[in-house]
Design a protein around this ligand. Structure first.
Ligand SMILES: Cc1cc2nc3c(=O)[nH]c(=O)nc-3n(C[C@H](O)[C@H](O)[C@H](O)COP(=O)(O)OP(=O)(O)OC[C@H]3O[C@@H](n4cnc5c(N)ncnc54)[C@H](O)[C@@H]3O)c2cc1C
Length: 395
């Protein structure tokens, strides 16, 4: 076991921790040590749908996702490496009751510069001719959206961090936070003690296990989510756009050629669990059937798809389904970047910069990090949409 010294330690090797370590290294934070208990992208990040969109329902999140989308479009120049981003477009299908909210949100997104347009159901069939649009009142289309490879993205962030001098230690659980006089003085890890004055915990739904013994508990719960994988039949071979069906809660996105991932975020699709390490790795048979049925309801040819199985993962949900990006109010030197509630992948390039700025400068230059403060929950000031869509786990 080696004892180390670091200016900043980052805990958690998902997209948020690796992006944070990379931005800290880019900003000249000094010695950055990054620890991951297993392998990089071994948590939610590696199992992510990794869809990248700009359509959000709060202006702060729209601006953040616009910047992030631009990073994914120019990943090799900005980060280095290849996130394997594929621009497919993203079509969202809404029932009647969401129509006023769609009008308001698309207008707000367009005012901020997002390339998004409203389509009638029959116009939507120009994008996806195989669609059955019954029950659809209105659609929103983002041609610049797409998806990336979440494992490649995580490794690209880590590789850039490494190339800038960060030390990335995998197979290295952080087992405790060391404090003295009430402030952070180090991190205990399976590879020894790391002396440091600043720790960023980006450990997803396991964040409380590490910070709980020394600081405040964060309102983060783990929720099981299930995905199924199919091969599309020949009649759907041309389908490339992401389809988000707000009437059934299901979404489909292409996965390497004929492959298609189907997920769902409707009411009842997420199941809260006590222990994120105690969820089955596979999807339940009933859930796979349900995802398949919902996909075939919108794309009838999907009934002839070939099912390739399914998997489970979890979201780290907060009460308003938005992340906590903050410094601890009780332990100086301790920072949080967790609770991404099922939508942190696309935001990762921007979150990493925001967290690094918070650590190094105490504030962010151009995004309102204060809006993601932990105390918003106690202050009854959650980060909510002005015009929410009904019945989804996050907006
Ligand atoms: C099925 C699914 C689909 C999704 N689809 C999308 C999508 O389409 N678009 C989108 O934007 N987002 C999506 N998300 C959400 C997105 O993937 C997550 O918000 C994001 O990956 C969270 O990254 P993270 O780094 O915070 O967490 P994680 O990837 O979970 O990383 C946390 C890491 O911390 C490590 N760790 C925990 N405790 C310790 C410790 N004590 N010591 C050391 N290491 C520790 C864990 O091993 C883990 O690797 C999806 C998520 C899932 C599960």
């Amino acid at each position: 076991m080696t004892n180390r010294t670091a200016d900043v330690v980052v805990v958690g090797g998902g997209v948020i921790g690796t992006s944070t370590a990379m931005h800290l290294a880019m900003m000249g934070a000094g010695k950055v040590v990054h620890v991951e208990q297993g392998h990089l992208a071994g948590g939610a990040s590696g199992l992510s749908g990794a869809m990248v969109r700009e359509h959000y329902l709060h202006p702060a999140l729209v601006r953040m996702s616009m910047e992030a989308r631009s990073v994914f479009h120019n990943f090799a120049e900005v980060v280095g490496g290849d996130a394997r981003f594929r621009r497919t477009g993203r079509l969202q299908l809404f029932p009647q009751h969401d129509e006023p909210a769609v009008h308001a949100n698309v207008a707000m997104n367009r005012d901020l510069g997002v390339n998004i347009e409203m389509l009638t159901p029959s116009e939507a069939t120009r994008i996806v001719p195989q669609l059955d649009v019954s029950g659809i009142a209105v659609c929103a289309y983002e041609p610049d959206a797409g998806y990336a490879d979440p494992v490649a993205t995580t490794y690209a962030y880590a590789e850039r961090a490494r190339s800038l001098g960060a030390e990335v230690l995998t197979g290295t659980p952080a087992t405790g936070l060391a404090t003295s006089g009430g402030r952070i003085v180090g991190v205990e890890t399976a590879a020894g003690h790391i002396e440091t004055g600043a720790v960023v915990v980006a450990a997803g739904s396991r964040t409380n296990r590490l910070v709980g013994p020394v600081a405040e508990q964060l309102p983060i719960v783990a929720a099981r989510v299930q995905m199924a994988h199919f091969f599309r039949p020949p009649a759907l071979e041309s389908l490339s756009a992401i389809v988000i069906d707000r009437t059934t809660g299901a979404y489909l996105r292409e996965d390497a050629g004929r492959g298609t991932l189907v997920g769902a975020e409707g009411p009842g699709d997420l199941i809260e669990v006590d222990d994120p390490d105690d969820i089955p790795r596979n999807a339940d048979h009933d859930m796979i059937e349900s995802l398949w049925r919902r996909a075939a309801q919108r794309l009838p040819d999907f009934a002839a798809a070939t099912c390739r199985g399914g998997y489970s993962a979890h979201y780290d949900m907060t009460p308003d389904a938005n992340p906590i990006i903050d410094r601890s109010s009780s332990v100086p030197g301790l920072f949080y970047a967790a609770g991404f509630s099922g939508h942190g992948f696309k935001l990762s390039p921007v979150i990493g910069r925001m967290v690094a700025e918070l650590v190094l400068h105490g504030e962010c230059m151009d995004h309102p990090v204060d809006r993601f403060r932990l105390s918003r929950f106690a202050e009854a000031d959650p980060l909510l949409a002005e015009h929410p869509y009904r019945g989804t786990s996050h907006q």
